[in-house]
Each structure stands twice: as C-alpha cells, then as structure tokens.
Design a protein around this ligand. Structure first.
Ligand code: NDP
Length: 448
C-alpha cells in the first residue's frame, strides 16, 4: 500500500463516510476525507437531527394546551421561531465539532473542499492538489430534487428551511413523502397555515395504507390543507414579499414560503465518476455490488449516493461493512431485510417488514391484527386522536412479517418491537408476553 499517499480516500463526511473513515483508520489504514460543506453530512447538519429537534419544539404547542386539562395553569404562550432556530443550529455546531473531533482522534486527515475522482486511484481537490489512494470511497450523499417549472427557483428545500428568518404565516409544501409530512406537522403545530401539494393522493407511498390513511385523517383534522392530483403551473414573487402560486385544477393562492420536498438526487454530478468508468444508474446513483464495490475495482460507494435505502442507519452499516471488509479482515455484508423506519409527523408513525398489501402479494395467506385506540393521555386531554397498531402475520406459520403503527412515541416503541419481527417471532410469542400496564405498547401483546 506504500505506493499510495493514503490507503483510503473518502469523498463526503456524512454518516456513511465518517463511519467508514473512522473504522478503516482504527483498522490501521491511512485515511483522508474530503467534505465540501460541513463534517456531519445531511443527517447531522440539515436532516434528521435538526428536524427532530424542531419536532420536539413544535410538539410543545399540544403539550402546553393539554397541560391545562392536567391541572396546570398555563398562561397564553408565545412562540419565538428565532430562539428555537438558533438553539437548534447551535446544537448542530456542537455535533459538527464532535464529528470532526472523532475523525481527528482517529488520525483521519480532513480536507474541507470539493474532491473530484480523476483516476481509479486518484482524486483532485478544488485547490488543485492531486492525491493518490489505494481505494476511493464515494459517500457524497444526495441533494433535494426541485421540479422544473416557471418560478420553481423561488422555493426553498430542506437545506434552507432550518435557517428561515421568520416563521412563515402561510407555507406551501410540495411532495407527499417523509420531509413533506414531517415539516407539514412542524409548521402546522408552530402556527403556520400549511398547504401540502402532491401529484397523487397517496402520501408516504411504501407505508401500510391503514397507517398513512390515519395520518392523513389526523393531519386534515389538525388543519393541514391537502391539494392532491395537482401540478405546479408557476410561482410568482409578489411585492408584499409573498408568492402567488398557480396549480392545475385549483384557484391561484398566496403563500409566504414554498418548500420543495420532492425527493432527493444522488450527488454524483461533478465528481468525475463516469469519466473513470464508474457505472451510474438512470438516476445518477453509483451502481454497487453487495460489497459496496462499483464497476471500478478500487472505487466503492455507500449511503444515499447509491440510492438503495436513503436512511442514516443504513449508510452507517454500509460504511462499517466496507471498512471491516476491506481493512479489517472481517468481511460482511449489510442485511437489508426488516429495516425499521419512521416518519416524525404529528403524531409519528413507524413500520417494519411487509405492509398488508405486500404480504398478501407475497404470501397469499395472511392474518392481520389491529388495535385502534386512544392513548390514555389523549383521553384526559380531550384530544380526539386515535392511535392505530397493525400486525401482519403469515397465515400459515403465524410469523409476524410486518408491524406498523401511528400514535404517540410510535418510533420509540417500534424500535424495540422490530427486534422481535427481525428475529422471526410469531404472534403467539407476542401473546405469551405479559402486558406492561398501563402503556400504549401493551397493545402489541393484546392485539386481536
Ligand atoms: P420521498 O421519496 O419520501 O417523497 C417524495 C415525494 O415527492 C413523493 O410524494 C413523490 O411522489 C413526490 N415527488 C417526487 N418527484 C416529484 C416531482 N418531480 N414532482 C412532484 N412530486 C414529486 O422524498 P423526501 O424528499 O420527502 O425525502 C427524501 C428521502 O430522505 C426519503 O426517501 C427518506 O429516505 C429520507 N428521509 C427520511 C426521514 C426519516 O427517516 N424520518 C426523514 C426525511 C427524509 P410519488 O409518491 O408520486 O413518487
């Protein structure tokens, strides 16, 4: 390996790249990483982490209201966006520092600039410096996709939303996926009027239909305005500072902010990958095998840039598997079965395994168990919001093949239950477990 300056050059210090760098260095590799924005990547800097903090901040709107029913004399409260924003951004700075420190402590050299692949073993930094490495790992992530129509450049994306100067009074959110529903919940709780615009009437495609229907019902009841089966015609800037939005099949209307949450595109443009023979798919993602290796033997890729499962914990596992396999003499591959996921909407939802429709298509014989209930806290708070848990079992063996839920703390509950689903336990095993009373999660062992 001594012929190269480094054993590994990583492009992108996000979740996957940082894990791969740190573990490869711990295995004894000489590692460098290039990051053109901030160490930490999407999840830490402008994704999961600041989003979850905003979700917590937004939920106080309900908590403060409900507290009155629990005897607390809560005066009229005023929300200050700039306080929440600045505290969240300060925490992002803290985490950015910790990620940088982790890399430093492991002896990983950090280049805070753009890197281009200029050969199977060579990258060129923005400064012009050329660096050789035995292996190159592309972990450059993805960026928000913005549809192309007149005025679409007037909107923002999840990159900018954490930095808004003020809370928009009226916000249009485009898309019906994770980011759209999470931010619809956040802004609605914080007091903005939210209009969610989607090209179909299906939100959160991929989640079980009963659970996403419940989220839609609750979101409508909470005041979110959904406009389905519509496309953008144009957006115009108004003198007032707001925007006039024209959609197909709807009257034009005005908003103060337009947020695009219409999917994410792998960051491969300008990386020089195709030029050195790395095959990309039709979305521009790096094509890799089960060992994260691209069509060029010395170049690997992990995380969102491969467009497999765009989730932080998956990127981390891919980075770990890469490092252990290539430098740790402990080859292993990521197991993509039974990956739990969650949407931090209001209320949140979470799921693992097959949806009811998937199970029916794959297994034929399926048994479905449900619990449709109101959390006791919601009952006393006089909040007419029902939780829904759904268990999908193989009709022949009783094995739980899917578990889906919406309700308070659903992601926290599902993470533990996902272990049982991953382990292949049956409905009987759930039933044999004594309920922990009174909790919401006891519904998991009481389902009919
Ligand atoms: P999603 O894929 O979740 O949703 C994209 C939405 O935009 C869908 O409703 C899609 O419609 C719609 N859409 C896609 N392209 C267009 C277009 N050209 N014009 C109009 N509408 C369009 O993407 P997000 O941007 O919300 O999030 C990106 C990814 O980030 C997620 O897939 C997820 O993996 C990850 N993420 C995970 C989170 C979590 O774990 N809680 C939170 C946030 C993001 P259709 O359904 O018809 O395709």
């Amino acid at each position: 390996m001594a012929d190269f300056e480094f054993d590994l050059f990583v492009i992108g210090a996000g979740s996957g790249g940082t894990r791969a760098s740190r573990v490869s260095a711990a295995h004894g590799a000489r590692v460098a990483v290039a990051e053109e924005y901030r160490v930490g990547g999407t999840c830490v800097i402008r994704g999961c982490v600041p989003k979850k903090l905003l979700v917590y901040g937004a939920h106080f709107a309900e908590d403060l209201k409900d507290a009155r029913r629990f005897g607390w004399d809560v005066p009229d409260c005023h929300f200050d966006w700039t306080v929440l924003r600045d505290n969240v951004l300060a925490d992002v700075d803290r985490l950015n520092g910790l990620y940088t420190q982790t890399l430093d402590n492991n002896g990983v050299e950090i280049f805070l600039e753009h890197a281009t692949v200029t050969g199977p073993h060579e990258v060129t930094l923005a400064s012009g410096r050329k660096i050789t490495a035995k292996y190159i790992l592309v972990a450059s992530g993805a960026h928000p996709h913005v549809p192309d129509f007149p005025g679409s450049d007037l909107g923002i994306t999840s990159n900018e939303v954490f930095h808004l100067n003020a809370l928009p009074k009226r916000i249009l959110i485009a898309g019906g996926g994770y980011i759209a529903n999470e931010f619809a919940g956040i802004f609605n709780e914080l007091g903005s009027h939210v209009t969610l615009v989607n090209r179909t009437d299906v939100i959160l495609r991929g989640y079980d239909h009963s659970i996403r229907d419940r989220l839609l019902q609750i979101s409508i009841t909470k005041g979110i305005d959904f406009r389905f089966h519509t496309d953008f015609k144009k957006i115009e800037q108004l003198e007032s500072g707001g925007f006039r939005v024209e959609l197909t099949k709807h009257e034009p209307f005005e908003v103060d902010c337009v947020l695009f949450a219409t999917g994410r595109v792998p960051n491969t443009r300008g990386l020089g990958l195709a030029e050195v023979g790395v095959e990309l798919d039709d979305k521009g993602a790096v094509k890799v095998d089960a060992d994260n290796r691209s069509s060029v033997d010395s170049i690997y890729a992990v995380g969102d840039v491969t467009n497999r499962v765009q989730l932080t914990p998956v990127a981390i596992r891919e980075g770990q598997a890469f490092a252990d396999t290539v430098f740790g003499n402990k080859p292993h591959q990521v197991d993509y079965s039974c990956i739990p996921s969650a949407v931090f909407s209001h209320p949140p939802m979470a799921g693992v395994g097959m949806t009811e429709s998937e199970a029916k298509n794959k297994l034929g014989s399926v048994a479905v168990y449900m619990s449709d209930f109101r959390a006791m806290k919601n009952v006393l708070a006089d909040r007419h919001e029902r939780a829904l848990y759904k268990m999908i079992c193989d009709g022949t063996t009783g094995k739980v093949v899917g578990l889906h839920m919406i309700g308070p703390d659903a992601p926290e509950i599902l993470q533990a239950a996902a272990i049982a689903v991953k382990a292949g336990l049956t409905k009987d095993a759930f039933d044999q477990t004594v309920a922990l009373h009174p909790t919401m999660s006891e519904e998991l062992v009481l389902m009919k």
